[in-house]
Design a protein around this ligand. Structure first.
Ligand SMILES: Nc1nc2c(c(=O)[nH]1)N[C@H]1C(S)=C(S)[C@@H](COP(=O)(O)OP(=O)(O)OC[C@H]3O[C@@H](n4cnc5c(=O)[nH]c(N)nc54)[C@H](O)[C@@H]3O)O[C@H]1N2
Ligand SMILES: Nc1nc2c(c(=O)[nH]1)N[C@H]1C(S)=C(S)[C@@H](COP(=O)(O)OP(=O)(O)OC[C@H]3O[C@@H](n4cnc5c(=O)[nH]c(N)nc54)[C@H](O)[C@@H]3O)O[C@H]1N2
Ligand code: SF4
Ligand SMILES: [Mo]
Length: 743
């Protein structure tokens, strides 16, 4: 029997197919052979998890009655290494949740009045297709936008493109990782990707700036961090809160919120002044070093102390730690980075720091990713769109490389300086009410729509505003696109149904195809079944649906490029200068600071505290709050307050209070106080994803406080339009006031 570590040469046709679709000239890794005596074929079915966007691959097992029983990680999978996180294991609860959407719903009363009637699929699809046709006739197809997060987005995206619109936005860009992608692209020519290309496994020093790994449960990353700690790596955590990982760190820097850029510029200054930077690397690969050296001179540790409250000796010592570990050091860019509106510049400072430490392209720093990519099932080319969302913002956000969900929302509200507005939204797997900051703006935009279709598995807040709701089946009941994300080697994973969909729920593929047929766009969804489509795609890269059903995950060897830069390799970086840009020519050309400058931010007024928020390891945003398994582990969030604040206000543990923000907006529900030294006295902390307002969520309704309700002030990043959400301040109310500021 072939050893799975053996390489086999693939046939000529296989190589050609693979090369044409992105894995250039590679050999194939044979997957582990199935042992016919231990696992009956198809007694377990492969999937990849949809509880968060790390997309770990696993196996779904059924019990003797044929009912879904448990999910385990797939050992071949590089995202999870055979182990799922608590949320992934609890994913079974998404299938069994009795509050799931069961049938298509059509709105009867006013928008947002939650008055729906159940409908048959034909009626709901006819209605939506008819409205889409009308919208295209009256305003042009570009006036329809898609908001999406999650796997089915590809199918609705194809539908939209075929229809004539490219306005496809994911809040996971402008509300999440957009600034870091723009900053890293400006510096290195490439982004940080998802899963991140951080080589944590082999790092000797990991710097986490508000990146709360361990609570932010991105599986493979957390596993690698724990391995690195076992191997003696130094962890430096910069966080105003004593996070779980702060407890595992050699240094915890409890920074004053909103001042990280001061610390970063000071670290850069020290590393240059002390000549601790990687001289060969800087000389060979970077552009603008002399400008940088001059620019950061004023940023001394003593200056930074007054701003950040971090002791100068700690700033020096931590800079030294990074330099000692260089190039096996990672200043982690974080992921949800839309904080204060100068986020792209903060992330530029992170990128520059990594560059002078020589960590990009080096073992223990950032590796060069490899991907598999599959061709689209044969279909005609998409039509050229007449307009895009960018035309609504002619001189703004030009460095954004993807569509901005918040900008599309804004351009839906009529204004006289705009020629055209969005008139229709399809919203797939994203709960915009709890996801876009400034809820009133989101609701105002929705009130101006001619059509709002929401595709979801659960009755989320956004479904309450829909004209038509399409119930999607859960990830355990459907096929989806083949997972192809970047990693150390190209890898693909299959999701297939473990069982028939419950109720009348359907997959995104089916919905998109049915709508396409009704709109005369059937040729874009020509495959008779999703199996046929996937099998055709898989055959183009030397696999098949039958093979993937057996193995779930398949790994290919890398192409010609090594995972790290060679010791004397000349690298051409895809930037304007072909070098790593310490001085950004792209920013200079757009009129932005080519090297970041420190900008101060507003402090909370007396009696108010900065609203800080983050993740809990057993929940993903609001999507798991009603999951029976995960609600069992944590059923509401707490309001973290420092003992000093608790004394001033007479707050004790479990006391119920409402939060009111600087604009007089009060939380819909009260939350319970948790008194803890783990949060600074100038902030309060909440786990995002609670305080649900939809009564149909029987476990989650009214439990805890929604951070998003209180985020009414947004600091928009002028460079790429990210929505800074951490400039909001809250105070405590012991009674809920009956006042007109409440909506
Ligand atoms: N206030 C505040 N706002 C935030 C954040 C925050 O921390 N605080 N975080 C930001 C970040 S980092 C991100 S990435 C975004 C994420 O925000 P979203 O993209 O909105 O993510 P979720 O909250 O998980 O909402 C997903 C919706 O998808 C539904 N869903 C789950 N599974 C499926 C499925 O298989 N099919 C379909 N069709 N629907 C499904 C869920 O029921 C839920 O309604 O939010 C951003 N906004
Ligand atoms: N369990 C779980 N894991 C998840 C998710 C989930 O919903 N649940 N969501 C995933 C997604 S899409 C994302 S984007 C990531 C987000 O995860 P991260 O990128 O790690 O998180 P953030 O939400 O930006 O950061 C939260 C941390 O920032 C700290 N912080 C707040 N203000 C400041 C400040 O001014 N300076 C500094 N240095 N720190 C500050 C907070 O105290 C908190 O510890 O998590 C991912 N992983
Ligand atoms: S990290 Fe957890 S929730 Fe996210 S995909 Fe992996 S197992 Fe699922
Ligand atoms: Mo995110």
């Amino acid at each position: 029997m072939a050893n799975r570590r053996d390489f086999i040469k693939i046939s000529f046709t296989g190589v050609a197919g693979v090369a044409a679709t992105g894995i250039t000239g590679c050999k194939m890794f044979t997957p582990s052979p199935i042992d016919p005596f231990s696992v009956t074929q198809y007694s377990r079915t492969p999937t990849y998890c949809e509880v968060c966007f790390w997309k770990c691959a696993g196996w779904v097992y059924k019990n003797q009655e044929g009912k879904i029983w448990k999910i385990e990680g797939n050992h071949e999978d590089m995202n999870c290494n055979g182990r799922l996180c608590p949320r992934g294991t609890g994913g079974v609860g998404m299938y069994y949740d009795e509050d799931r959407l069961r049938k298509p719903l059509i709105r009867q009363g006013e928008r947002g009045s939650q008055s729906f009637r159940e409908a048959e699929w034909d009626e709901a699809l006819d209605l939506v297709a008819g409205r889409m046709e009308k919208l295209a006739d009256e305003y042009g197809p570009e006036c329809l936008a898609l908001f999406t997060h999650g796997s089915g987005g590809t199918y609705f995206g194809d539908l939209l493109r075929a229809y004539g619109s490219v306005n496809i936005a994911a809040p996971s860009y402008a509300q999440c990782r957009g600034p870091r992608e723009v900053a890293f692209i400006a510096t290195f020519g490439d982004g940080v990707e998802s899963p991140e290309i951080t080589d944590i496994r082999d790092t000797r020093c990991l710097v986490l700036i508000g990146s709360h790994l361990g609570e932010n449960m991105h599986n493979g990353q957390v596993q690698e961090m724990s391995d690195a700690i076992d191997k003696g790596a130094t962890i430096i955590t910069v966080d105003p809160r004593f996070s779980t990982v702060a407890a595992k760190s050699r240094h915890w820097l409890p920074i004053r919120p909103a001042t990280d850029l001061a610390l970063l510029l000071t670290w850069i200054n020290i590393i240059i002044e002390e000549e601790w930077y990687d001289k060969d690397y800087v000389e060979r690969y970077t552009y603008g070093f002399d400008n940088l050296r001059e620019h950061v001179k004023p940023y001394t540790p003593e200056w930074a102390f007054g701003i950040t409250t971090i002791d100068p000796s700690v700033i020096r010592e931590t800079a030294r730690e990074m330099a000692k570990a260089s190039p096996a050091v990672i200043v982690h860019p974080g992921r949800h980075v839309t904080w204060y509106g100068d986020d792209t510049q903060r992330l530029r400072a992170v990128a520059i720091l990594n560059a002078i430490l020589g960590s990009w392209g080096r073992r223990g720093g950032f590796f060069r990713p490899a991907y598999a990519s599959l061709p689209r099932y044969p279909a005609p080319p998409f039509p050229e769109p007449g307009r895009t969302w960018r035309e609504a913002f002619p001189d703004k956000y030009r460095l954004a490389d993807l569509a901005l969900a918040s900008a599309i929302c804004e351009a839906t509200i009529p204004s006289h300086d705009r020629e055209c507005n969005f008139k229709g939204w399809i919203v797939n797997g994203t709960n915009l009410i709890e996801t876009l900051p400034d809820q009133r703006k989101t609701v105002e935009a929705i009130q101006n729509l001619d059509l709002l279709v929401v595709v979801d598995t659960m009755p989320a807040a956004i479904t309450g505003w829909a004209d038509v709701v399409f119930p999607e089946c859960t990830y355990l009941e459907r096929y989806d696109i083949i997972r192809t994300g970047p990693h150390r080697k190209p890898q693909i994973a299959l999701r297939m149904p473990a069982t028939e969909p419950l109720y009348e729920s359907k997959s995104a593929w089916w919905m998109a195809k049915e709508l396409a047929n009704r709109l005369g766009l059937g040729e874009y969804f020509a495959a008779a079944s999703q199996e046929e489509e996937l099998d055709w795609q898989l055959r183009q890269i030397g696999s098949s649906l039958e093979e993937m059903k057996r193995i779930g995950v398949k790994t290919y060897a890398r192409g010609a490029e090594d995972i790290y830069f060679g010791s004397d390799e000349d690298v051409l970086f895809p930037t304007n200068s072909g070098k790593i840009e310490l001085y950004s020519t792209a920013f200079a050309a757009e009129g932005f600071d080519p090297i970041p400058q420190y900008t101060p931010h507003e402090e909370p007024p007396t009696g108010y505290y900065r609203l800080n928020y983050g993740r809990a390891p057993m929940h993903t945003f609001g999507r798991t709050a009603n999951n029976p398994n995960l609600a069992d582990l944590m059923d509401e969030n707490a309001i973290w307050v420092n003992p000093k604040v608790a004394r001033e206000w007479g707050l004790e543990n479990n006391r119920e209070v409402w939060l009111m923000n600087q604009d007089g907006v009060v939380s819909s529900f009260p939350g319970r106080i948790r008194v803890t030294e783990r949060i600074r006295w100038d902030s309060v902390y909440l786990v995002h994803g609670f305080g649900h307002t939809d009564k149909r969520l029987t476990r989650a309704y009214g439990r805890g406080v929604s951070d998003n309700e209180l985020i009414t002030r947004v600091h928009t990043d002028p460079i790429m339009g990210g929505t800074g959400m951490r400039g909001n301040f809250v105070t405590f109310l012991f009674k809920r006031p009956e006042s007109e500021v409440l909506s």
